[in-house]
Write a protein that binds this ligand. Structure first.
Ligand code: DC
Length: 223
């Protein structure tokens, strides 16, 4: 089956997931949130205490990876939810604890190798809008469409802080800004599949644009 991939990469809190979800619904594609996949593994590290002080203990994590199978659960109206060994995760993936650990998890080569294969498999049966950090560079270097979203760190932290307040997730603006800056640094400097714009990606600076304006731009490029 011939499928189409729209890769939407970029920095944290640039609106990637909101826009990717909306775009997928608009054009009838499946939305794949690859950050969710890394966050699930970060949560498992916390739950299973695969940690020695601040460091992740690799042996139990790498032993558990082959058992971690990501799949689709069909919902009504064609919606799909991503399940991990049959379980669907929600807001427990958005806590500060998970956000603080996830870049470390994402820098582990064995984690990236496992998720790369899962991401490719999830896209075999359907056209997808996939958001992440390395979709246009590593996961699907031949994606038919590639976008790279950016915005200043303070604007991204403000957006994330407001979202957390709406959802009742605790944390201050200063903590969120520190986490955004730290994650940018870790995601951009890791050895494997660092966050960077693919040469052929279209870059959109969303600092002074609202979601509707960015959405309109994406639709214009696809038209
Ligand atoms: O998009 P997000 O904030 O949910 O992503 C969580 C973390 O996972 C982020 O720090 C970077 C990492 N990530 C990655 O390295 N590669 C991806 N394709 C997606 C996310």
């Amino acid at each position: 089956m011939d499928t189409t991939v729209i890769a939407i990469d970029g920095f944290a809190s640039t609106g990637k997931s909101t826009l990717s979800k909306r775009l997928a619904a608009h054009i009838g594609f499946t939305y794949v949130d690859t950050g969710y996949m890394f966050r699930v593994i970060a949560l498992l590290v916390l739950e299973n205490k695969w940690l020695n002080k601040e460091e992740i203990t690799l042996a139990p994590l790498t032993a558990a990876l082959p058992e971690l199978q990501f799949s689709w659960l069909s919902q009504k109206e064609g919606q799909k939810l991503m399940a991990v060994n049959g379980k669907v995760y929600g807001e427990e993936l958005r806590t500060a604890e998970v956000s603080n650990l996830v870049s470390k998890v994402a820098a582990i080569p064995a984690v990236r190798t496992h998720l790369l294969q899962q991401q490719r498999d999830l896209s075999k049966s359907a056209s997808v809008v996939m958001d992440g950090r390395d979709i246009g560079t590593v996961v699907f270097p031949d994606a038919q469409y590639k976008f790279f979203l950016n915005a200043t760190p303070s604007i991204r932290a403000q957006r994330r802080f407001e979202e957390m307040q709406d959802k009742g997730i605790p944390g201050t603006y200063e903590e969120v800004l520190a986490n955004v800056i730290q994650r940018d640094q870790m995601d951009s400097s890791r050895a494997v599949a660092p966050l960077k714009k693919a040469e052929d990606a279209i870059e959109i600076d969303t600092s002074s644009l609202n979601v509707d304006e960015v959405f309109a731009l994406l639709c214009d490029y696809l038209a």
